[in-house]
Ligand binder design. Structure first.
Ligand code: UDX
Ligand code: UDX
Length: 457
């Protein structure tokens, strides 16, 4: 018997995996994921899923056709559901007031109006997308602008999954956060959502809070995570000048239990669809409440990230005798992190563009993200190649630059790569994954991230 009917609007990186896990863990519910994109929905119905995520296919296959359905019929999915999750995208606004900072809520509002238009029975509307704090209030206002007696409760249930580990994060989350109004009907709706997760998440990891705390916690969590990366990246710049080694520093500080060892990998910069967007959003909200000092504090996290990308490219140009015109440079990795095909805000995009502006010849290789890389670099037809095999990509290159920490790049035959390259050969490691001493001994001029360059001249 179907106990609950759940709809999710938005079949993206968040909506798709989250609903697939709910369907797998709760066979007693019917879960329908709806999206305006016909191509996306069609792909969810095949084994060639629209996103790459380890373990996702098995989870989808377990539920698909049984209690997990994919559809473009958004009104139909809403109408029959008791609970509607909304995980449509909320990109940074590109126009008008707040352009470049505020969240663009047009898709969200459109979905809210659609829910209002088609609903004939009461529903719980769940914010899954990351939204500015106080958005639930706007949603309530829109949803309660009806006069047909249908009641809606708005719940904030932000998603903390990281790409590449989405399934693991969903199956075994550090915590699930569910925020609601603290009215009798709000608390009842909160309990309904708690009941979903209680099917597989230990009760003590399901946190409840007021709706504004839940909304803000998501922005704050992403801001804190990004801040750690900017902190270690800022230290990496100092390490390169002082013969300190950022890995050793990260290890030493991370063993302090108060700091903790995770998320201290220096890199060419953080990417992904969330960190930049959410911090910009936080900055915008702070500014709009007149909290200029707080806004500036978080803005600095983004400034360091941009500095880190620029610094990486500058080191390449300087290292290669102040000109890279016509030089073949192989970018190893284009995804914003390992184990995903996603390239949104990937530092590789910015590095590739900067190198192309310098008139280098850029060769991009990546195990999963070449299709997205092609789209990101559309418009740069000249001096640009996409090659699947990293050994082929490096052949005849002056330099290899590691952009993504894919496991395959940790165990490459660097001797073979070195032999096929132009000399002097350069290796710029934007992810700090190569055994520097080994590759230096092979003949490479090595630019590790977070420790001084090792040159043969
Ligand atoms: C989204 C949001 O971007 C992010 O703010 C939030 O933190 C999590 O949800 P993601 O799932 O990665 O992240 O986005 P994306 O992969 O772009 O998926 C959104 C889906 O919504 C797309 O498939 C899009 O077609 C769909 N959509 C968008 C609708 O169905 N209707 C709309 O009106 C707009
Ligand atoms: C992030 C949050 O982790 C997740 O909780 C939230 O729901 C969405 O945003 P995601 O962007 O998918 O998830 O990946 P994450 O693992 O956080 O990595 C983000 C970026 O930071 C990547 O570019 C990654 O390479 C980089 N990173 C991460 C570092 O440079 N160093 C680190 O130590 C960790």
């Amino acid at each position: 018997m179907t106990e609950k009917r759940i709809a999710c609007i938005g079949a993206g990186y968040v909506g798709g995996p989250t609903m697939a896990v709910i369907a797998m863990k709760c066979p007693q519910y019917k879960v329908t994921v709806a999206d305006i994109s016909e191509a996306r929905i069609a792909a969810w119905q095949t084994d060639d899923l629209p996103i790459y995520e380890p373990g996702l296919l098995e989870v989808v296959q377990a539920g698909r056709g049984r209690n997990l359905f994919f559809s473009t019929d958004i009104p139909g999915a809403i109408r029959e559901a008791d609970i509607v999750f909304v995980s449509v995208n909320t990109p940074t606004k590109t126009f008008g007031d707040g352009a470049g900072k505020a969240a663009d809520l047009q898709y969200w509002e459109r979905v809210a109006r659609e829910i209002l238009r088609v609903s004939t029975s009461p529903k719980i509307v769940v914010e899954k997308s990351t939204l500015p704090v106080k958005t639930a209030h706007i949603m309530e206002t829109i949803l309660n602008a009806n006069n047909n007696g249908v009641k809606f409760e708005v719940i904030s249930n932000p998603e903390f999954l990281a790409e590449g580990t989405a399934i693991q994060d969903l199956l075994d989350p550090d915590r699930v956060l569910i925020g609601s109004r603290e009215t009798p009907s709000g608390l009842k709706a909160r309990q309904e959502i708690v009941d979903i997760y209680a099917n597989w998440v230990p009760r003590e990891r399901i946190l409840t809070s007021n709706v504004w705390s839940a909304e803000l916690s998501k922005l704050a969590a992403n801001a804190f995570l990004a801040q750690r990366i900017s902190s270690i990246n800022s230290i990496s710049a100092l390490c390169e000048r002082t013969e300190a080694n950022v890995k050793e520093v990260a290890r030493a500080i991370g063993m302090d239990a108060r700091i903790g060892p995770r998320f201290l990998n220096a890199s060419v910069g953080f990417g992904g669809s969330c960190f930049k967007k959410d911090i910009l959003n936080l900055v915008y909200i702070c500014e709009s409440y007149g909290l200029q000092e707080v806004a500036r504090y978080w803005q600095a996290v983004l400034d360091i990230n941009e500095y880190q990308e620029k610094r990486f490219v500058r080191a390449m140009i300087r290292g290669m005798f102040n000109t890279i015109v016509g030089k073949r440079i192989a970018l190893f990795g284009f995804a914003f992190k390992a184990d995903t095909s996603d390239t949104r805000e990937s530092p590789a995009i910015y590095v590739a563009r900067d190198l192309l502006e310098e008139q280098a010849h850029v060769v991009v290789t990546d195990p999963k993200a070449l299709e997205n890389a092609r789209k990101d670099l559309a418009g740069y037809a000249e001096n640009l190649e996409f090659v699947e095999d990293p050994y082929e990509a490096a052949r005849g290159a002056h330099a290899v630059a590691i952009m993504t920490e894919w496991d395959v790049y940790r165990s490459l035959d660097w001797e073979r790569i070195y032999r096929s390259m132009e000399k002097p050969a350069f290796l710029f490691d934007g992810r700090d994954i190569v055994d520097y001493k080994h590759v230096y001994d092979l003949g490479f001029n090595v630019y590790p991230l977070g420790s001084p360059a090792m040159k043969h001249f």
